[in-house]
Ligand binder design. Structure first.
Ligand code: SAM
Ligand code: SF4
Length: 327
């Protein structure tokens, strides 16, 4: 039986946060001092993750994305990808990373069966990279990005969170990147998951403003079909890659949502904007059956709101960073 909700949606994609910790402190994600990270024993173990994936794969889940926190700082990441990619029913495994450790892990990950890689990179300028991530690692990340793009085995997407007065003046530079290299550059709207930092400082750049700027620098306004979240996708003639906008705040893609979210501490979330959580970890640790795992996930998805606006009004278990939700 497939996993569905009450709004005619079917869920074949799970995003799993592997940790909350990160080696960066992006200004829109975490404060400089970090957040209160949960102790390791509260996070799902590899075996618990494998079990959840194999149960859900029997119910139509075919795609897995590993995220965090920073997934590449989780011990045994390649082995994790290996087991997941060989799970019956799983057709593709993807990873979202800040790119810092790709020099060590990219080839092992590809050998383990990784199909797609999203690298978060909000600037192409070294000084600004420090301002945004509070780390001095631009040269290493950039080298890793270029090496990843060159590998024929994997498609690379670059996620750029656009912020007014911070990196919005780099749209053309990122478009040029997509022109020169076979990458998808995806401009993402800032989301309000970090009240105490940047959200309230007027940096938000909405999809209309992004489109307006893009129209000036891109030689086409002909939209093509991207992934369900890539609501605007352009691949102008002569471009090696493509350019997309993800209206993460406008939430115009909710009708096509196919995602289940699993936090690092084993909570199912049915929407990025919902604060409702369903405790899969404790269910598993109390010795549940596979059928009960499926039932909890199905019940969580049945309670999914129609869209992210409706979900936002539910109020409990507030978390203060995307790393706790799994970006
Ligand atoms: N550390 C990895 C990375 O940065 O790619 C994976 C986890 S990170 C939480 C996943 C994605 O969420 C990144 O692309 C990041 O830019 C995005 N993100 C985090 N906080 C955000 C926010 N407040 N608004 C929009 N995107 C955000
Ligand atoms: Fe770390 Fe990713 Fe959050 Fe940046 S966006 S602090 S890299 S988890």
């Amino acid at each position: 039986m497939k996993i569905t909700d009450l709004h005619q949606r079917t869920f074949d994609y799970i995003r799993i946060a592997l940790n909350e910790k990160c080696n960066f402190r992006c200004m829109y994600c975490m404060p400089t001092e970090g957040i209160q990270f949960k102790p390791e024993d509260q996070l799902l173990s590899d075996d618990e993750i494998f079990r959840v994936v194999s149960v859900l794969a029997k119910h139509g889940v075919t795609k897995v994305r590993l995220t965090g926190g920073e997934p590449l700082i989780r011990k045994g990441i390649s082995q994790l990808v290996n087991v997941i990619s060989h799970t019956d029913g799983i057709k593709s495994v993807h990873l979202t990373t800040n790119g810092l450790y790709l020099d060590t892990f990219l080839q092992p990950l590809i050998d383990a069966g990784l199909d797609g890689l999203n690298i978060s990179l909000d600037t192409l300028r070294e000084n600004r990279f420090f301002e945004i991530t509070r780390r001095n690692d631009f040269p290493r990340v950039w080298k890793n990005v270029l090496s990843a793009i060159e590998l024929p085995e994997i498609h690379v997407k670059i996620n750029v969170v656009l912020m007014r007065g911070i990196n919005a003046d780099e749209i053309l530079d990122f478009v040029n990147l997509a022109s020169e290299y076979p990458v998808s550059v995806r401009f993402i709207e800032l989301m309000p998951f970090d009240d105490h930092q940047i959200w309230r400082t007027g940096r938000f750049m909405g999809v209309d403003m992004i489109i307006e700027t893009l129209n000036k620098v891109i030689p086409t306004d002909e939209r093509q079909v991207g992934t369900p979240t890539e609501q605007y996708y352009f691949k102008p003639d002569g471009f090696a890659g493509g350019v997309a906008i993800i209206p993460a705040f406008a939430r115009s893609f909710c009708g096509a949502c196919n995602r289940i979210r699993l936090t690092a501490d084993g909570q199912i979330r049915n929407c990025l904007y919902s604060n409702q959580e369903f405790n899969l970890r404790d269910l598993i640790r109390n010795g549940c059956s596979n059928e009960e795992i499926f039932s909890l996930v199905q019940s969580a998805m049945h309670q999914k709101a129609r869209d992210g606006f409706e979900a936002e009004h539910e109020d409990n278990h507030k978390r203060t960073s995307m790393t706790q939700i799994g970006g």
